[in-house]
Design a protein around this ligand. Structure first.
Ligand code: AHM
Ligand code: MG
Length: 350
């Protein structure tokens, strides 16, 4: 139940019992994230003022340039979660491997692992465009009292107990779910408090915005090309509007409010697309589904996919339910046509 002027702190306490294992640990964990987010927000906002903008001179495991603020945000979230000793492990998009946290008694008693993309859309930082943080929380599957293992992180998105994003935009918002709907909080920078500004967010069932990097058009699979042509066709409520910020959190946040679809498909250059299943797609899929939207790899539900590696990439179609279903239909038809053509060819060669 949301109340006017309710703060995030009050909301967390009030809704703690919604959570199946409500020992307070998850609440403390979300509290730490909101604290780290405030610190990162402060730094993001002054990025234009200080010499912090620009490449750090190192590349991350995926071979991309790391920006200074990426490194700062990564350190800040890891530090906050480690110092408070409320998680047993952290995996970050910016780190090659996961981190084990044994706890101050060295007894590995904590239950949760956190996966995080500390600063998503970071190539937008030095041009003053919104960026975001994405997080995903799971209960460990290995026994409490032992060090966490890779399998604790390689769980299907379905197992998430909470997920959220922070958007550092014209205002800073924290949007999260614990599986009981999606709620959005806006930071009042003067007071340092987050207020419930978007209770029980609902993704419009359909919309008129499509978001995709169309510069990659020639490399897209036929199904995606056909769907883009469909979006551009003059019929009914089409052509749709094209909006692409290049910062997934911002693109999906806008679409969740206005109605739309976000796509990062595979291409002939990148067989699994660009986005990471564990740090980006799973948490966004959970948040979006909890708001009534849909997230798919073009053929199947993102949250059902069993990950095989930490930095796994996956094609991503996410947004208004009807729009994602339509895109999936184009993908399916194109795959079937391809199969039929291959079969015909093999018959005619016999
Ligand atoms: P990042 O985690 O390295 O910042 O990359 C993820 C971002 C997404 O936020 C965004 O949708 C996408 O990369 C944009 O990629 P592209 O420039 O290829 O369109
Ligand atoms: Mg990212």
């Amino acid at each position: 139940m949301s109340k006017p002027n309710q703060t995030l702190g009050e909301f967390i306490i009030e809704n703690q019992s919604d959570f199946a294992y409500s020992s307070g640990e998850l609440s403390r964990l979300i509290n730490s994230i909101r604290l780290a987010a405030k610190v990162v927000n402060h730094e993001v906002n002054k990025a234009g003022l200080v010499d912090i903008v620009g490449a750090y001179g190192e590349t991350n495991i995926q071979g991309e340039d790391q920006q200074k603020l990426d490194v700062y945000a990564n350190n800040k979230f890891i530090q906050t979660l480690t110092n408070r000793e409320i998680v047993c492990g952290i995996a970050s998009e910016e780190n090659d491997d996961f981190i084990r946290i044994e706890g101050h008694k060295g007894d590995h008693q904590n239950k949760y692992v956190v996966l995080i993309d500390p600063l998503d859309g970071s190539s937008n930082i030095d041009v003053n465009v919104s960026v975001g943080t994405i997080f995903s929380i799971y209960r460990r599957v290995t026994p409490i009292g032992t060090p966490v293992e890779l399998e604790d992180f390689l769980q299907p998105g379905n197992n998430q107990v909470a997920a959220g994003y922070i958007i550092y935009g014209t205002s800073t918002m924290l949007v999260y779910t614990t599986g009981h709907g999606t709620n959005g909080f806006t930071l009042n920078p003067a007071l340092g408090s987050w207020y419930l500004s978007h209770p029980d967010m609902k993704f419009p069932e359909s919309g008129t915005i499509y978001s995709i990097n169309e510069g990659n058009y020639v490399h897209f699979p036929q199904g995606v090309k056909d769907y883009i042509k469909y979006c551009q066709e003059e019929k009914d409520d089409r052509p749709y509007t094209s909006r692409y910020i290049g910062s997934m959190v911002s693109d999906i946040h806008r679409n969740m409010i206005k109605g739309g679809i976000f796509m990062y498909p595979k291409s002939s250059k990148a067989n699994n697309g660009k986005l990471r299943l564990l740090y980006e797609c799973n948490p966004m899929a959970f948040i979006v589904e909890q708001a009534g939207g849909k997230a798919s790899d073009g053929f199947q539900r993102i949250l059902n996919i069993k990950p095989t590696e930490l930095h796994q990439r996956i094609p991503f179609f996410c947004g208004s339910k009807k729009m994602v279903e339509k895109a999936e239909e184009f993908m399916r038809v194109s795959e079937e046509t391809k199969k039929d053509q291959a079969q015909e060819l093999s018959f005619s060669n016999k």
